[in-house]
Design a protein around this ligand. Structure first.
Ligand code: MRU
Length: 361
C-alpha cells in the first residue's frame, strides 16, 4: 500500500540479505521510522514490544527471527530453543506458532551447509504467501461490498475495529483488503474506524494507512458503533482475527465481541477476514484460546501529541487505581455472518471451513 504515494510493505529483507527491516509501528502516526533487526533477540523484542503487531505480521517477523537465529548458530538445538523463545513473545495470534513450526521443519529438513539459505528462502516464501493470501481476501471481500453497493446505490459504510490493515500484515491487510480493492474499483465507501483503546490501533494506525491511501474514513470512540448501527449508519462490519477455531469462533482485539453483538441485534452483516494461517486446527471451542494480558500502563496512560507538537504520555486514572488489560476477546461463531479467506467466503462453521480447507481436516 502507499506511504507518501510510494508502495511500501511492513517488513523486508535488507538489500545485502543479512538483516531484516521493519516499520516501527510504536512511532506511528507521528513518525515513520524504519528499524533494522540484526539478531533473533531483536525480532523477539520487536514482536513483544509491538514494533510489529497484527497476527500475520507477527508470524512473518517470527519466521525471519528464525533465519536470524540460524545466522548466529546453526545447531538445531539452538534453533529449536530460539523458536520456543520467539513463540513466547505473544500468546494469542496463532500465526506466530504456525510460522515457527514451518521454519523449524525447514531447519530439520536442511543440511548444515544450506540451513541459513533454506531458512531465508522459507521466510521469504511465508512473506510472499501472506501478500497473496491478503490480496485474495480483498478480491473475495470486495464482492460482498460490491453486492451491497448494487443493492443500496449509495456509499457503503464499513465499520472496522483495531488495525487489521496492511500494517498488521505484509501488505493489503485482512479486513482492509476488501476496502482497498473496493476503493481501487471506484466503489463509493466510507470507513468507521474504532479508536481501539487501550493501544489505539484504530485511531493511530488504521486511520493513518487509510488516509495515506486516500480512503474516506472517520475515527469514532469505541462506544459509538452501537449507536451508529441502530441509526442505519453501518452497512457491514469487517474485522480481522488473531486466532479462529476450526469451528468458527473468532478471537480478535478486545471489543470486537461487543461490535458483533450490536451488529447481530441490528441485522448488520459481521465478517471476519483472515488468512488460513490464523485458523487453529486444534482448538474447537473459542473459550480455550489463550487471551493475552498486557501491561496495565496501556490502560492507565495514554500517548499523544500535545498542542505544541510534542509526543507525550499522560496518566488518565487516579494514582494507585486498579487496572486490568485484556488484549483480545472471542466472538462466538453464531454472531459471525461469514469468514473471508484467501480461498473464498465461508460461513463460520466447522463444515463450511473444512469445505474450503479439506486438506487440514
Ligand atoms: O494487539 P495487536 O495490535 O497485535 O492486535 C491486532 C488485531 O487484533 C488484529 O485485528 C488482528 O491481528 C488481525 S490482523 C490482520
Amino acid at each position: 500500500m502507499k506511504v507518501n504515494g510510494k508502495s511500501t510493505q511492513t517488513i523486508w529483507l535488507s538489500e545485502d540479505k543479512q538483516n531484516v527491516q521493519i516499520i516501527d509501528q510504536t512511532k506511528l502516526p507521528f513518525e515513520f521510522k524504519v528499524v533494522t533487526l540484526n539478531c533473533f533477540e531483536d525480532a523477539f523484542k520487536a514482536i513483544k514490544n509491538m514494533l510489529v503487531r497484527g497476527a500475520p505480521l507477527i508470524g512473518v517477523t517470527g519466521a525471519y527471527g528464525v533465519f536470524l537465529a540460524a545466522k548466529e548458530n546453526q545447531e538445531l538445538k539452538f534453533i529449536e530453543d530460539a523458536c520456543d523463545y520467539l513463540n513466547s513473545a505473544r500468546p494469542t495470534a496463532v500465526n506466530l506458532s504456525w510460522a515457527l513450526n514451518r521454519m523449524l521443519q525447514k531447519a530439520f529438513d536442511s543440511k548444515p551447509f544450506n540451513i541459513i539459505e533454506n531458512l531465508c528462502n522459507e521466510a521469504n516464501k511465508i512473506l510472499e504467501e501472506d501478500i497473496n493470501f491478503c490480496e485474495n481476501i480483498g478480491k473475495y471481500g470486495c464482492e460482498i461490498i460490491k453486492d451491497l453497493y448494487n443493492k443500496k446505490k449509495r456509499p457503503i459504510n464499513i465499520l472496522t475495529h483495531c488495525n487489521a490493515g496492511w500494517l498488521a500484515t505484509v501488505d493489503w491487510g485482512t479486513a482492509t483488503s476488501p476496502i482497498y480493492k473496493a476503493f481501487n474499483d471506484k466503489i463509493p465507501i466510507h470507513v468507521w474506524v474504532d479508536e481501539t483503546r487501550p493501544r489505539n490501533q484504530g485511531s493511530f494506525l488504521t486511520s493513518w494507512e487509510l488516509g495515506e491511501h486516500g480512503v474516506s474514513h472517520t475515527v469514532i470512540a469505541d462506544n459509538t458503533g452501537g449507536h451508529l448501527m441502530q441509526n442505519g449508519q453501518v452497512d457491514i462490519v469487517i474485522v480481522g482475527s488473531d486466532r479462529t477455531t476450526f469451528t468458527g469462533d473468532v478471537c480478535n482485539k478486545i471489543g470486537t465481541y461487543l461490535k458483533a453483538l450490536s451488529a447481530h441485534d441490528n441485522k448488520i452483516p459481521f465478517y471476519a477476514a483472515l488468512p488460513s494461517s490464523t485458523i487453529d486446527w486444534n482448538i474447537e471451542d473459542g473459550k480455550n484460546i489463550p487471551i493475552e494480558e498486557r501491561n496495565n500502563e496501556e490502560v492507565s496512560m495514554i500517548r499523544g501529541k500535545n498542542k505544541i507538537g510534542i509526543i507525550e504520555e499522560i496518566q488518565i486514572v487516579p494514582d494507585n487505581t486498579n487496572v486490568k488489560n485484556y488484549a483480545f476477546d472471542v466472538t462466538p461463531s453464531k454472531f459471525v455472518t461469514g469468514i473471508i479467506t484467501e480461498r473464498g467466503v465461508c460461513s463460520a462453521s466447522k463444515a463450511s471451513i473444512a469445505n474450503l480447507f479439506p486438506e487440514k481436516v
